[in-house]
Every structure is written in C-alpha cells, then in structure tokens.
Design a protein around this ligand. Structure first.
Ligand code: UDP
Ligand code: MG
Length: 310
C-alpha cells in the first residue's frame, strides 16, 4: 500500500451520477495543483442510479480514488461517518458531490492548516443560491439551537471544512449512532478559523433534503445537543400548578363571599382541554428523547459496507 496521503477529501454520493464527471474534473484539477499527495474517499450511500459505475469509471480516469460502497442508503450523516473512518490523510475535507461547496476553496484551507489551525471552516456568506424559505428556516434553527444548547454551532457553516487528523480521531471516539455531524464537529472543539465563500447552485440533479427531512434534521440537532426542551416542561408544569393554586384561592374566597354558584362548565372544559393538550405535547417530547435512548441502546453499527473499491 502506498504511503498514506496528506489530504483526504471525503464525499458522500446519493444518486449523483449526473454530477460525478463535473465533480471529479474540478476537484482533481484543484488537488493536483497542491504540493501534497491526496486521496478522494467516495462513499456511495446506496444510490439507485448509475452512481457506483460512474465512480468506478472515474477511478479509471484519476488516481487516488477510494470507493466505499454502502449496502443501502444510510443518510448523509452516516455516509460521512463512513468516509471519515476510511480516510487516511493528515487533513480531511468533507465536501458535497453537487459542487455547491467550491473545491477552489481547498488551497486556502490547506494554507490555513499549514499555518497551524486544526479546523478550517468554510462559511457561506452568500446563500442566494438557496431558496428564501431554506435560508429563513436555517437562520431560525441556528438561533434556537444556539440559545438552548451547550455547544454553539457556527452559523452558515455546513460540513464543508478542513480537519486535522487530531480532530478526526476525536470525532471517531464519539460513539453515538444517531449522528448530527455538524454538532459533533463543533463539540470536539480545536483551534478553528473561518474562511468565507458564496454558495453555488447545484451543478446537476436535485437536493435530497426536502422540508420534512430538514425539519427532522433540525429536531435531531436540537435533541442531540440539548435537554432544554425536557426541562421546559418542568417550568410549564410549575407555572400551571401555581396558576391553579391562585385560581383555587379565588374560588374559595368567592364561594365564602357569594355562596355556591353553579355555572362554570366552560372554564372547566377549557382547563381540561388545555391541560390535556399541554400534557400530550410534553409526553411527545419526552418520547423524542426516549426514542433516541432506545436507538442508542441497540448499538447497531452506523453503516454497513458492501465493498471497498481501491
Ligand atoms: N447525500 C447522501 N445521502 C443522502 C442524502 C444526501 O450521501 O441520503 C449526499 C448528496 O449526494 C450530496 C450531499 O449529501 O453529496 C448533500 O446533499 P444535497 O446536495 O442533496 O443537500 P443540500 O445541499 O440540498 O443541503
Ligand atoms: Mg447540495
């Protein structure tokens, strides 16, 4: 086996056959300019189009491609985890296959890394390529997440970044199965610097993340790094209990002064419905966390590899 490469680029592919030729042409062009050996770890995340054969074709054209073929679609976070596990470089760079993360940024990242930074983040200063709804919801997500979590996620930073080997080894020691990579990246810390770029349009194909998937992704991120939503219900419960004590006192005094008054079914109904609703929401939220404990307790592997094509 060849000496381990200096730079590992890690890229998850899920039905990206149309983007693959463009992707390799651009990224290999950039990497060849660098004075460092490189590998590109391509994770085929259970694609159902011609992605695998396109990757194998690319392997004929370019040196340094490793194709990790997963047994089915495990999702981007799992695919990225697989890529990090197989990457051997001194620095590792996760990147999307659709060229929304410009490979031209890589030389700048490597320069910062050589200056001594352990993490080089690529921050999207211009997201006009994303839809307004996506930008808005992303911004709300970051605000909420960072308010209630111990770990602040840098805003407008995706998975595109450079990480030193030290950082990758630290991430590999985090055992959780449900992986919110952005959060895990932030959790490990290390000496970090940011560089800015404008997010490009997808070169080909379509985004795999629709509204519902993004919503679940956001819930994943928040529940993985904060228990504030759980604590919240303690306070809601406390407030409602306190309010009912006040109301009880009020009724007591009123009864003493005016005697028994019968009407009141409306307020009863409101109280029952309101409390029922609040309790169900609380239980549902508890369920989110219990579900997560359940998944972690099973200790299933994060991904399954069918074959590694070197
Ligand atoms: N991806 C993946 N598995 C999935 C979904 C997506 O490996 O289940 C990959 C996809 O091929 C791409 C990257 O993750 O390389 C980002 O996906 P996409 O461009 O659809 O996300 P967006 O940029 O719209 O957030
Ligand atoms: Mg994309």
């Amino acid at each position: 086996m060849a000496a381990s490469p200096v730079i590992s680029v890690v890229c998850p592919f899920f039905n990206e056959a149309a983007a693959i030729p463009h992707f390799f042409e651009r990224i290999v062009g950039v990497l060849q300019q660098e004075d460092a050996s490189f590998e590109i770890v391509c994770v085929n995340d259970g694609s159902t189009d011609g992605t695998l054969s396109a990757l194998q074709q690319a392997q004929q054209l370019y040196d340094g491609l490793v194709v990790v073929d997963l047994s089915r679609n495990f999702g981007k976070e799992a695919a990225l985890t697989a890529g990090l596990d197989f990457a051997r470089g001194d620095a590792v760079i996760p990147i999307d296959a659709d060229l929304q993360d410009p490979p031209e940024l890589i030389p700048e990242m490597i320069a910062k890394w050589r200056e001594g930074y352990e993490v080089v983040l690529a921050r999207r200063v211009d997201r006009s390529a994303d839809t307004l709804a996506k930008r808005l919801t992303a911004s709300i997500f970051y605000k909420v997440h960072n308010r209630i979590s111990d770990i602040a996620l840098p805003e407008n930073v995706g998975d595109f970044r450079l990480m030193d080997r030290l950082v990758v080894e630290a991430i590999k020691r985090l055992p959780e199965r449900r992986r919110f990579m952005k959060g895990l990246f932030a959790w490990v810390g290390f000496k970090t610097v940011c560089i800015d770029y404008a997010r490009a349009e997808r070169i080909a194909g379509q985004s795999k993340f629709n509204g519902w998937r993004l919503w679940n992704f956001a819930i994943e991120g928040i529940t993985a790094f904060s228990i504030a939503p759980l604590k919240f219900w303690t306070y809601v419960g406390g407030l409602i209990a306190f309010g009912s004590v006040l109301y009880a006192l009020f009724i007591l005094v009123r009864t003493l002064v005016y005697g028994v008054v019968l009407p009141g079914y409306a307020s009863l109904l409101v109280a029952i419905l309101f409390l029922g609703g609040v309790q169900l929401v609380g239980i549902g939220l508890l369920g989110e966390y219990v579900g997560r404990v359940y998944f972690e307790a099973k200790q299933r592997p994060i991904y399954v590899v069918r074959k590694v094509h070197e």
